[in-house]
Design a binder for this molecule. Structure first.
Ligand code: MAN
Length: 561
């Protein structure tokens, strides 16, 4: 089949408009009919100064410099740029330095679509059904060729294909609209996340300030506390601590008193010995009244009954003086431990039993509750191992957790704001595809495209995956390719190109990179992958995201409103 070049123009005229062409000279297209309507003479279209007789039209002799007098023959074919250049009479340059006014021989192609065919193909003995399905260009039957009219069959097939193309286009456009809606929804989600994060941060800012003040207040009041509680527990714990200390003081005092008593008893015995000796050894013959009275007093003292002994025996006293332990006296530890477990620590440790996702939230709430309980005297404060009171530690912990919440939310906010500014292509469409992947077997590899993420080359022999680049930006480039029969091609025109860069290093070369060229298709599909130079890849991908922005009938765009 002969290759038809781009010069050939397809007519946009409908079949009904061709009816008038019946009386026109052969080969005249509907848009040139007006030049051939006068029957008296013919004026060359591109050279109005030259007038010809009507019989000179289609007489197989090229009379007009623009070839317009031969619409139905190949006589002026040499003027056609498709023809080899030929010298023209009286031409200074010696070439056909001119162009034809007519685009070609008009084939009406009834039942299909009329079109022009280059003049050089007229009566050349070849049926050019691609452009001239009615075979009218071979009217001279050169070499005995008979070109039957195939327009019915060709037209029918063409209409079927056109219908398919239209449906596919509509389907793709619908898919695209769905993607746009998804992208809008995702954008709205990011926007509302930003709004709520900003509000949360405002609240956290205030909370941080309050907690800072609270911590300072607690630290101040803790410093001013005269009596610090000892041990653990609530009011009972405080009482136990005080009682223990009091009992210990009393025991020490009793011990000292007993020592003093024993000293005094020794002294009394010494004194009694002295007086007993004095009574035995004094000389009664000396008539000394003072001595006699002293002896009499001693004899009365010695004859008298000693003061009743205390019911408390030394054994009992020694029993009281024994240190408290698990076996004797009071087991203080038992009270302390029991008290600690029964009230304070249960609250302190409650959060350990909570499920992880709510632990932080509950932790903060429990801390607030704990501070309130301590401040209101329901719980005893509990010094931490660092020596800082439990109250201060809890307040500090709350502040720290508010600070860390603030900084992590600030980071998330910045991240979301950056995301909103990011280029996700026309209508934000790649926002809807972000992170989704599509792959295809091409030769010895499976190639994978992950939208707005990375491209990869996966070995089918189990040699692992190779990163072919990480997403950088969205670009456009001009494609210039013939249309493919299956429609899986870039065609001609401006196309979206996604740049993926800085992939896995190439042996003795640069890092791998991929240009992902996109064309409209009903579904995402990797069509082809080529490696124009080592480790520089071109991926051709079909996707509804690259389709034209076709609007639903009746739906007006923003620009149209
Ligand atoms: C692998 C593949 C190829 C690439 C060579 C470079 O075989 O990634 O695409 O050309 O490495 O060494």
């Amino acid at each position: 089949m002969r290759r038809i070049d781009a010069l050939v123009l397809l007519s946009t005229f409908s079949h009904s408009s061709l009816v008038a062409a019946k009386s026109l000279p052969r080969g005249v297209g509907p848009e040139f009919a007006k030049f051939f309507e006068t029957e008296a003479s013919f004026t060359c279209i591109g050279n109005p100064a030259i007038t010809l007789r009507p019989s000179q039209i289609n007489d197989d002799s090229c009379d007009c410099p623009d070839g317009s007098d031969e619409p139905g023959t190949s006589a002026c074919a040499y003027l056609d740029p498709l023809s080899p250049e030929q010298p023209l009479r009286d031409s200074l340059t010696g070439t056909t330095n001119t162009t034809t006014s007519l685009p070609g021989f008009w084939c009406a192609n009834k039942g299909h679509i009329g079109s022009y065919i280059p003049f050089m193909y007229v009566n050349d003995g070849v049926c050019d059904y691609e452009l001239c399905c009615d075979g009218s260009e071979e009217y001279a039957h050169a070499g005995g060729v008979q070109c039957e009219n195939r327009c019915d069959a060709i037209g029918k097939e063409w209409r079927r294909r056109e219908d398919e193309r239209r449906k596919s286009k509509e389907k793709s456009a619908k898919q695209r609209r769905t993607l746009v809606k998804e992208a809008q929804e995702l954008r709205r989600t990011v926007e509302s996340r930003i709004t709520s994060l900003k509000q949360e941060l405002e609240g956290l800012e205030i909370k941080k300030g309050d907690l800072q003040k609270k911590l300072e207040e607690i630290e101040r009041s803790e410093k001013g506390k005269v009596v610090k509680t000892e041990g653990q527990g609530g009011k009972l714990g405080v009482l136990v601590g005080l009682a223990k200390r009091r009992v210990s003081e009393l025991r020490d005092t009793l011990d000292k008193v007993l020592d003093q008593r024993d000293d005094m008893q020794d002294r009394v015995e010494q004194l009694e010995d002295i007086l007993r000796k004095f009574r035995e050894e004094y000389n009664p013959n000396f008539n000394d009244e003072g001595v006699k009275a002293a002896v009499k007093s001693w004899e009365d003292y010695a004859a008298g009954t000693p003061a009743e002994k205390s019911e408390l025996s030394d054994v009992d006293i020694m029993e009281v003086l024994k240190e408290d332990s698990e076996e004797t006296g009071i087991n203080w530890a038992e009270f302390e431990e029991e008290d600690a477990v029964s009230d304070a620590d249960i609250v302190y440790n409650l959060e350990a039993y909570l499920p992880a996702p709510v632990r932080d939230y509950i932790h903060a709430k429990v801390n607030l509750l704990r501070i309130w309980l301590i401040e209101n005297g329901v719980l005893a404060d509990n010094p931490t191992s660092s020596g800082e009171s439990r109250l201060v530690a809890a307040a500090r912990e709350l502040l720290e957790s508010a600070k860390s919440d603030f900084s992590s939310k600030t980071a998330t906010l910045e991240d979301q704001e950056r995301d909103l500014e990011k280029d996700y292509g026309p209508d934000d469409i790649f926002r809807a595809l972000k992170g989704k992947c599509v792959s295809s077997d091409v030769g010895e590899y499976e190639y994978e495209l992950c939208w707005i993420d990375r491209t990869a080359q996966k070995s089918k022999k189990g040699h692992g995956n190779t990163n072919m680049g990480n997403f950088v930006k969205i670009d456009t480039e001009l494609a210039d390719e013939e249309d493919r029969a299956d429609g899986k091609g870039l065609g001609k025109g401006r196309r979206l190109v996604l740049r993926y860069d800085n992939g896995q290093g190439c042996w003795n070369g640069p890092n791998r990179r991929t240009d992902v060229w996109l064309a409209c298709a009903e579904k995402d599909e990797v069509w082809r992958v080529s490696e124009s130079e080592k480790c520089v890849y071109k991926m051709e991908v079909g996707t509804p995201a690259a389709c034209d922005d076709v609007h639903e009938p009746g739906v007006r765009t923003k620009d149209e409103l």
